[in-house]
Design a protein around this ligand. Structure first.
Ligand SMILES: Cc1cc2nc3c(=O)[nH]c(=O)nc-3n(C[C@H](O)[C@H](O)[C@H](O)COP(=O)(O)OP(=O)(O)OC[C@H]3O[C@@H](n4cnc5c(N)ncnc54)[C@H](O)[C@@H]3O)c2cc1C
Length: 389
């Protein structure tokens, strides 16, 4: 296995990520059509040691920044959004494992394992009884004399069959309130996944997102120190919105790239100039630019070690990124379709956009935008709307 530690962050972005992106792009249509995991891309991610990029040096990783990982998400998603999504979700979970290991010996050992074995981490935060409400759980941590038991019913989990580690949220105990949650890192061999029927989704089909009854038996040491509320607000929410935003940017850029190629081909063939389509391309590029700016601003906020920005302002900013980027990606793929016309509408061919359009629509339901806006609405009511930049 190649060591990325010897390379600079920029070199990894240029070389290893480009290599995986090419593999992902090659298999993207087959993965989408069959609704199968992008196994070749996952193998390439492991072979290039890209799964452990965030793990700090002292735990055997290269300790790369979220910024580098964000750019890799976009790059992968340009060729295959499902691969980009898996990579983004995994890295968000990795960021959680790194930031919240604290002094826990068990979790520090987990970080060593993540770098050494290039483990793939999945997320099990949703459950049938609570739907998309991640900040509440019905299931609970049951500390019995032999072990920790945890049964989570109807949890929606992406790439579960490929994952090595699962971060599972649950109430702290049987009598804890629904929002009094903790997070447990469960190893693949410590859990059983009972499928609740196979999903046949519209888009992101390669992520193989299915619903499962999850039954885990592990050690009490595997509970992350601290409360899930802090894990969520400090790491899981910002990192997932930034990384997924970058996946949606990749979809948008790829779709608009096809529209640009379509117009160039037309122009080369001597077709009459189409000022309306050119205007649409500029409109699409302006939206791509907005997405990039939103991601950049939120990355800076995430990286900044400043106490100037209140927790509320941060929350509003990260959630704004999510709902704005998920709306923009749909609009940009639609603009690309208008430009390519019937050639974009076909299921095959050089300019087909079906996969991009279907993948783009996952963004608004992957934690429903209306749920996010609903939680923002009471906060925004009390905020000054007119403020300096
Ligand atoms: C591609 C994809 C991959 C996923 N992968 C994972 C994964 O790996 N792990 C995981 O745990 N989950 C995953 N999920 C699940 C996801 O995080 C959400 O839980 C799920 O999409 C929400 O499903 P829902 O629309 O039924 O529920 P809800 O979010 O409950 O939405 C249903 C409806 O209720 C409305 N609603 C409900 N409550 C409120 C409220 N308080 N305020 C406003 N509106 C409300 C919504 O607007 C919507 O109309 C994935 C989802 C997708 C699409």
């Amino acid at each position: 296995m190649k060591s990325v530690s010897a390379l600079s962050e920029a070199q990894v972005g240029e070389s290893a990520a480009a290599c995986v992106a090419a593999v992902a792009a090659e298999h993207a249509d087959a993965v989408d059509q069959a609704g199968l995991l992008p196994v070749h891309a996952l193998e390439a991610l492991r072979a290039e040691s890209l799964l452990g990029l965030l793990v700090p040096h002292r735990f055997g990783g290269p300790g790369f920044s979220l910024r580098t990982v964000t750019n890799i998400c976009r790059r992968l998603a340009e060729g295959c959004a499902s691969t980009g999504l898996i990579f983004a979700m995994h890295q968000s979970q990795a960021a959680v494992a790194i930031d919240h290991a604290g002094e826990s010996e068990w979790h520090q050992q987990l970080l060593l394992r993540m770098a050494r074995e290039q483990s793939l981490i999945a997320s099990a935060t949703t459950e049938g009884a609570t739907g998309g409400s991640i900040r509440t759980s019905a299931c609970f941590i049951d500390l019995q004399s032999d072990a920790l038991h945890l049964n989570k019913s109807g949890s929606v989990i992406s790439y579960a069959h490929a994952a090595d580690i699962f971060l599972v949220s649950a109430r702290c105990s049987e009598d804890a309130a629904a929002s009094d949650q903790q997070l447990v890192a469960v190893l693949r061999e410590q859990l059983t996944l009972e499928p609740c029927g196979r999903w046949n989704p519209l888009g992101m089909r390669g992520a193989c997102t299915d619903r499962f009854n999850l039954m885990a038996k592990c050690s009490a040491q595997q509970i992350f120190p601290g409360r899930f509320a802090d894990v969520m607000s400090l790491t899981m929410l910002p990192s997932s919105h930034i990384l997924l935003g970058s996946v949606w940017l990749g979809i948008a850029a790829a779709a608009l790239g096809r529209a640009q190629a379509f117009l160039r081909k037309r122009n080369r063939a001597g077709a009459p100039l189409n000022p309306i389509a050119n205007l649409r391309l500029a409109e699409g590029e302006a939206m791509v630019h907005q997405m990039r700016a939103l991601i950049a601003a939120n990355l800076s906020l995430y990286e900044a070690d400043d106490s100037q920005t209140s927790a509320t302002d941060r929350m509003v900013s990260y959630n704004t990124l999510k709902v704005s980027a998920s709306a923009l990606v749909v609009r940009i793929t639609e603009i690309a379709l208008r430009i390519c016309g019937i050639q974009g509408y076909m299921e095959e061919g050089e300019f087909y956009l079906s996969r991009h359009i279907r993948d783009a629509h996952s963004a608004m339901v992957m934690v429903n935008d209306d749920r996010i806006l609903g939680s923002l609405s009471s906060v925004v009511l009390g905020m000054p709307i007119t403020r300096d930049v």
